[in-house]
Every structure is written in structure tokens, then in C-alpha cells.
Design a protein around this ligand. Structure first.
Ligand SMILES: Cc1cc2nc3c(=O)[nH]c(=O)nc-3n(C[C@H](O)[C@H](O)[C@H](O)COP(=O)(O)OP(=O)(O)OC[C@H]3O[C@@H](n4cnc5c(N)ncnc54)[C@H](O)[C@@H]3O)c2cc1C
Length: 393
């Protein structure tokens, strides 16, 4: 019998987890996932899980293709996980993005036309429609200048929101059920190279051999790729967010889309609970790899005040908890980085997802599967499937 190749995935945030799930469903391989901590404790643990696909301003090129592929895959992925018995909180009620500027409205209208041609629905709502569908939105904030008045909204019913940590755990359990091995508290300290070929890696738990390596270690990917001629450069961009509690759901409790205004997301969680986020805080120019980044002291106050400008009821909310996380932003190349590591023949990068890692994780996994297939990893022929065939077929 031919030995299956061993694929080691370094990092188990949402990206590493979905890659493990998709690879184990499609390719004949012995798959091992290692993480220096427990799963979903990097950027994924801080994310809000907003899936801004159709509503994004990207209309062509790689960025749009990745977003579109992910939005398509999400609906089938959630159904697949649910059918396997995993519960993943998923909000399919879309995203409403508020428009405060007439000039921006023209761009939204052009986007709507483009999306219609691409087969995706997008609705432009006048203020009357916003008041009808989302009465929690204050069209004209009386305390602020005319500038903060809501002029219109764009509604994308095909986008949504998913709980990033619970999604990651569901992928892990489903992949483990397909035979994937997970090693926690296992930090990869160095890849072992023979010329351009990686034979394995040194870890905090000993040596681990590999035929293929997928680096999905978020911000940790930069240190791992130091063996390359051109190592990956990543910059941390801090985000702060909070969970708030209101006495009851805002607006219509049966229609609770994500509401976005001025880049602030209000994410409904049910029973009057919401996530609010996130700030975008770049490191100072003097930042060097390894430096600790402090969150801006006023960041959360500005975030809440910003949301109150379009939903004044948020002023009454109790803050239940706050947190921050670091987004992995590539330096010198667009996000995300999904390609073989320079000058190596069996290491591939699936990292640098910056602000959209939850959204782009499924499309990333599709690309990694495709790359490994093209490099000769065979399709899985499922024993289970064969056994399930009717005997006389
Ligand atoms: C506040 C905030 C809000 C966000 N909201 C959204 C959102 O609404 N929608 C969206 O799509 N995205 C959002 N993002 C971005 C998203 O969180 C990231 O793009 C995504 O989580 C990246 O996932 P990842 O798996 O690549 O990285 P991570 O989640 O950081 O996972 C990397 C893993 O690699 C492990 N690792 C690192 N180095 C090593 C090593 N040497 N050895 C072993 N393991 C290692 C880490 O322990 C970690 O578990 C948000 C981010 C933040 C901070």
C-alpha cells in the first residue's frame, strides 16, 4: 500500500482549522495540526465574524474572487457542519451598511448594478425603508450636526456573520472525526531544510517530520518563514471590541442583521446582547517585530460613542466585556498571502488575512487544496463511501 503523505498545518486559528477540515475531506493524506496554544486564541479569538463579501467594494480581481468563493462556500459549510451534529451560531440575515454621505451613495448604486450583473442581490434603502426595517437606527441624530444624518443604507442579504471561535471548534471536531491529529501547546521553533525541501520542524515537544507544510500561523508566520530568502513580513494591527447588553433586542427582534456605520459593526447575538467593534490601531513607526502593542486608551470609548451616533439606544447598554486582538497585515503585498514560500518546494503560506480572515478562510482552504492537488497529493477515495454503495450497483 502506498504511504499517504504527511501534511503539517502550523497554526489553528480559523484558517488552519478550515484547511484541516477541507484537506481531510478531499485529499488522501496524514494530516497533523500544531498550535503553540489552544485553538482560536490568536486573532480568531478576537474577531467578530462579520462576512463582508457581496457588500465589499471589490468588484473584480483576486480579492473579489476570494470573497465570492467564501460567501458561496459558507452556506454549504454551515449546512455540512450542522448535518454532522455541530452547532455553529450563524446569522444569515445579512448586513445593513449605513450611508452618511450623498457622494458615497452614487458609488453604492454603481456597486449594486455590478453585483446584479454578477448575480448577487444588493438593495439600496431610502431612509423610510431603514426606519421600517431597522427602527433602531436614528436617521437624524439631534445631538450632532447634519453630517451624522443617515442618508440611505445598502442591504446585502447574501452576507452574514458567524461565531469565529465556535466555527473553529466545529472544524476541529469534524476534522478530528476524519482522522486529523491535533497537537496543542506545540510551538514550531524552526523548519528543518535540506536545500529547498522542508523535511520537518523543531517544536517545543520535539521533532516533527513532514512531507508538506502549510503555514497558517497568523502573525506567528513571519518568524517561521525566516528560513526563506525573502521571509514574510507581517505587521500587527490592533482591534478592540466589546460585548454589550441591552434590556431587549434593538428594533425588530425577528430581523437582526449586522448593522455597520462608519466602519463600526453592531453584531446581534440574541436576547439584547451585541458585539460592537472594532477599532483599527496601527503600530507606531518605531514598531519592530516582538514589540508589545498597547491598545489606545480612548479606543473603546470612541467606539461606543461612534455607534451611539446612529443608534442612540446603545448609550443605555451595559458593557459586559471588552477585548482586543492583533490582525496579521502583510507588508509589501496584498492580504491574504496564499502561495508557496519563496525558494522552497513543499511549504505553502496561508496567512496574512488582516481584517477578513474569518470571511476568507473557506476560499483559502480551497486554494490550498488545489495547490496540493497540483503538486501531486492524491484525491481521497473514501472507504466509508465505497462501503455505503448498494451491493448490486
Ligand atoms: C477585533 C478584531 C475583529 C475582527 N473582526 C473580523 C470580522 O468581523 N470578520 C473577519 O473576517 N475577520 C475579522 N478579523 C480578522 C480575523 O480575526 C483574522 O484575519 C483571522 O482570525 C486570522 O486567522 P488566522 O487563523 O490566520 O490567525 P490566528 O487566529 O491568529 O491563528 C494563528 C494561530 O497560529 C498559532 N501560532 C502562531 N505561531 C505559531 C508557532 N510558531 N507554532 C505553532 N503555532 C503558532 C497561534 O497560536 C494561533 O492559534 C478581526 C480581527 C480582530 C482583531
Amino acid at each position: 500500500m502506498v504511504k499517504e503523505p504527511k501534511i503539517v498545518i502550523v497554526g489553528c486559528g480559523v484558517v488552519g482549522a478550515v484547511i484541516a477540515y477541507e484537506l481531510s475531506g478531499q485529499l488522501a493524506a496524514n494530516i497533523v495540526v500544531v498550535d503553540q496554544h489552544r485553538p482560536a486564541q490568536g486573532a480568531t479569538g478576537a474577531a467578530l465574524g462579520v462576512l463582508m463579501g457581496v457588500i465589499s467594494s471589490k468588484v473584480k480581481g483576486r480579492t473579489w474572487r476570494l470573497r465570492e468563493a467564501s460567501i458561496r462556500r459558507y452556506s454549504s459549510l454551515i449546512a455540512e457542519l450542522t448535518a454532522q451534529g455541530y452547532t455553529v451560531p450563524f446569522n444569515p440575515q445579512g448586513i445593513v451598511s449605513l450611508c452618511f454621505d450623498e457622494a458615497q451613495l452614487l458609488r453604492w448604486k454603481m456597486l449594486q448594478v455590478k453585483r446584479q450583473a454578477q448575480g448577487w442581490p444588493l438593495e439600496i434603502w431610502p431612509t423610510e425603508m431603514i426606519q421600517k426595517r431597522c427602527p433602531q437606527v436614528d436617521i437624524q441624530n439631534t445631538q450632532e450636526a447634519q453630517m451624522t444624518a443617515v442618508k440611505a443604507a445598502i442591504y446585502s442579504p447574501a452576507d452574514g456573520q458567524v461565531h469565529p471561535t465556535e466555527l473553529t471548534h466545529a472544524f476541529i471536531q469534524a476534522a478530528a472525526a476524519r482522522g486529523v491529529t491535533f497537537c496543542w501547546q506545540t510551538k514550531v521553533t524552526q523548519l528543518t531544510m535540506q536545500a529547498q525541501h522542508c523535511t520537518g520542524m523543531q517544536t517545543s515537544q520535539g521533532y516533527l517530520a513532514a512531507d508538506w507544510v502549510v503555514v497558517a500561523a497568523g502573525l506567528g508566520s513571519a518568524a517561521i518563514t525566516q528560513i526563506a530568502h525573502e521571509p514574510l513580513a507581517l505587521m500587527p494591527v490592533l482591534g478592540q471590541a466589546m460585548e454589550i447588553q441591552l434590556p431587549a433586542a434593538l428594533g425588530d427582534e425577528n430581523f437582526q442583521p449586522v448593522i455597520n456605520g462608519n466602519d463600526i459593526h453592531l453584531v446581534p447575538l440574541g436576547k439584547g446582547r451585541y458585539w460592537l467593534g472594532a477599532t483599527v490601531e496601527f503600530p507606531p513607526e518605531t514598531w519592530a517585530a516582538g514589540d508589545i502593542l498597547a491598545a489606545e486608551a480612548e479606543g473603546l470609548i470612541r467606539l461606543k460613542k461612534g455607534a451611539e451616533q446612529f443608534i442612540s439606544a446603545i448609550a443605555q447598554a451595559e458593557i459586559v466585556k471588552t477585548w482586543s486582538g492583533l490582525r496579521p497585515r502583510p507588508v509589501g503585498q496584498p492580504a491574504p498571502v496564499i502561495k508557496p514560500l519563496d525558494n522552497t518546494d513543499n511549504i505553502t503560506l496561508a496567512t496574512g488575512h488582516y481584517r477578513n480572515g474569518v470571511l476568507l478562510a473557506p476560499a483559502t482552504a480551497q486554494q490550498i487544496c488545489q495547490q496540493l492537488r497540483e503538486q501531486g497529493v492524491k484525491e481521497k477515495t473514501s472507504e466509508k463511501y465505497r462501503w455505503c454503495q448498494p451491493k448490486d450497483s
